[in-house]
Design a protein. Structure first.
Lengths: 91, 239
């Protein structure tokens, strides 16, 4: 078991480790970065739906305002995506 | 079929960059993106020219089918976009610009539905270009409503906050505006390709592709144009 692990480790160079770190960091960045916007958009949509259920005639105005709100909440996820792309392809 | 899709997965997002040397300058372009965005633009123009023919009838006549459909589209655009402008005069002035942007992005997104074609909006350069267009536009509006002095005041009061203001207004805003469109279109492309390549036996590929493409494309084009409306509103409001 130990010997197997040692032989497996011998082939790994520093560049490989950097690559591993890059992939890990990009995945974590996107995953954690999408948490907040997910909660935020969920909140926004739930309250918009509440509003529509209470006043069905205000549907149009609520819908487009909700889309703007969702787009702005999404911005942090976009920044996370940007950082992931930079990590994967540029850094 | 499956190997082909797997190969597509390997080359996903890869660009073939052509380089032009003009003197000391090297201009790098992606020919595919240029061709695709030209196709999208030509598609919008061609549709407009074709559909215009159906509108050549006396105004008292009963509207024919094409006119009814176009009326529906314009009504929808009116209802969703025009109502979000802060003032009516601004709305009527800016409506052509915003709806053109919407239609162009819509057709760009929908291009990926056709076999062999690719959405030009899945290239960050295209979306950032469109976002820059909107940025310049909103700044021109800002100068027009506030004057040069007011424009300067907007960014330099208080002066110690100016780096943050400039960063968020001039750098982060077009970046997030452009990358939102790119990220969503690109993610849709990746998702559909992966699902097609890996889960091909389980789903109806074409149906998924079409439903995803139409829904995502429509929503993203709408978000982009409605954010444009919001930015123009911000630039023209008087305190």
């Amino acid at each position: 078991m130990l010997q197997e692990a040692q032989t497996a480790v011998q082939g790994i160079s520093g560049a490989d480790l950097v690559q591993v770190a890059k992939f890990l960091a990009a995945g974590l960045c996107m995953g954690i970065g999408a948490l907040g916007p997910g909660i935020g958009i969920g909140n926004a949509v739930s309250h918009a739906l509440d509003g529509i259920a209470r006043q069905p005639e205000s549907r149009g105005a609520l819908f487009s305002t909700m889309i703007i709100g969702c787009a702005i909440v999404e911005t942090t996820a976009i920044y996370a995506l940007l950082i992931s792309i930079v990590l994967l392809f540029v850094a | 079929m499956r190997e082909e899709l797997g190969k597509l997965l390997d080359h996903l997002g890869q660009k073939e960059i052509a380089t032009w040397h003009i003197g000391d300058f090297a201009i790098q372009v992606d020919p595919k993106t240029i061709v695709m965005s030209a196709i999208a633009g030509l598609l919008v123009v061609a549709l407009a020219l074709i559909l215009r023919r159906a509108l050549r009838q006396p105004i008292e006549d009963k509207p024919n089918r094409t006119q009814a459909a176009l009326d529906f589209v314009v009504d929808q655009l009116n209802g969703q976009l025009l109502s979000n402008f802060s003032s009516k005069s601004l709305g009527t002035r800016m409506f052509p610009f915003v709806s053109t942007l919407f239609l162009y992005i819509l057709f760009s997104n929908w291009l990926s539905l056709l076999p062999g074609l690719e959405a030009p909006t899945s290239d960050p350069n295209v979306t950032l270009g469109l976002a820059l267009l909107v940025l310049v536009m909103s700044h021109v509006f800002l100068v027009r409503t506030k004057g040069l002095r007011g424009y300067k005041k907007e960014f330099f009061t208080p002066w110690w906050l100016s780096p943050i203001t400039i960063m968020s207004e001039v750098v982060a805003r077009p970046l997030s505006h452009g990358f939102r469109l790119f990220g969503n279109v690109f993610a849709e492309m990746v998702l559909v390709t992966i699902v097609l390549a890996k889960l091909e036996p389980f789903v109806i590929p074409i149906g998924l592709r079409v439903i995803f493409g139409i829904g995502f494309g429509l929503i993203q084009a709408f978000v982009f144009s409605i954010l444009t409306v919001a930015y123009i509103n911000l630039a023209t409001e008087k305190h």
